[in-house]
Design a protein around this ligand. Structure first.
Ligand code: ZN
Length: 306
């Protein structure tokens, strides 16, 4: 039957097309435009991951600050406690001295009853006077120390209250951070999945050179949008001819100053800044050859990823 024949022929044709599509999936078969777009998408995702990590890196600093403050307050508390203990010990010592002086006075007073002469009487009297003064002095010292202890105890209570307050703040901050950390981690995981999908689309050599550029770049940008006729990574002016080449989307071009891959804002889906908007000419022919679409040196691209 002619109909069936047509059908089977169509089916064959379809599977042939499918083969072509499958073959197309090979990352090396992407056009330069597609490669650049994919790299830019990957860059966006990787930057988002970088941001999440940076955020997580900064957040614990708040907890660290509180912990440091509490540690400082605890040291202060221990110092006050030590001072109180010292005053207490001094007071105890003075009380012992008072007891000793009092017993001396009592003993001398008994001896006074048995004095043989005036000289002995005078000596004992002076000794009693001296010991009495000692007792007065000790009492004065004890009183002063007691005042200090009262002051220190207030200071201690204030410090303890402050520590309790800071501990509560720390507890709250820790819980808050735990949540944020988990959130950013979950988001990062989602981004990582997206990044892996994109990475699979990019040929390994291009991907590894992109990653190497990104690793060496301070802001983590391996591909950057041309802005105001300059590289968006290092802000150095791009020569007119090179700008034109970038606009052509025919080659993967890197900045001659910083080595970052450069992408035309239009291709990146970003409104160009500082350049006059010209009606875009649609490119009719898509390049499929890849031989010269990489301008980065061969030995560069072959550097292994760390
Ligand atoms: Zn640059």
């Amino acid at each position: 039957m002619p109909g069936r024949e047509m059908l089977s022929h169509g089916g064959l044709h379809q599977s042939y097309n499918l083969l072509i599509i499958m073959a197309k999936k090979d990352p090396t078969d992407l056009t330069v435009e597609e490669k650049l777009k994919t790299l830019y998408q990957l860059q966006t995702i990787l930057s988002a991951i970088d941001d999440k990590r940076a955020l997580r890196g900064e957040l614990p600093l708040e907890v660290q600050d509180l912990e440091d403050e509490i540690a400082g307050l605890s040291t202060r508390m221990e110092k006050i406690q030590g001072e109180i203990a010292d005053f207490d010990a001094a007071m105890s010592q003075k009380k012992v001295e008072i007891t000793q002086a009092e017993s001396s006075v009592a003993r001398y007073k008994v001896q006074l009853d048995d004095v043989k002469n005036n000289r002995e009487y005078d000596t004992l009297s002076k000794e009693i006077e001296f010991q009495t003064l000692e007792i007065e002095l000790c009492n004065k010292k004890i009183k002063e120390a007691a005042i200090k202890v009262t002051e220190k105890q207030k200071d201690l209570a204030d410090t303890e209250a402050l520590i309790a307050d800071r501990n509560q703040a720390l507890e709250e901050k820790r819980n808050e951070l735990k949540e944020i950390m988990q959130e950013t981690r979950d988001e990062e995981e989602k981004y990582k999945v997206k990044a892996r999908d994109l990475e699979a689309k990019i040929e390994p050599r291009l991907l590894s050179s992109f990653k190497r550029i990104r690793k060496n770049a301070r802001n983590g940008l391996g591909i950057t949008v041309v802005q105001r006729d300059a590289c968006g990574g290092c802000f150095n002016k791009i020569p007119p001819q090179r700008q034109l080449d970038i606009k052509m989307h025919k080659k993967i071009l890197v900045c001659e100053y910083c080595g970052r891959i450069m992408i035309d804002p239009d291709l990146a889906g970003i409104k160009s800044v500082g350049t006059e908007e010209k009606p875009k000419r649609k490119r009719a022919i898509r390049r499929t050859t890849k031989k010269d679409d990489m301008e980065t040196k061969k030995d560069d691209t072959e550097t292994k990823e760390e």
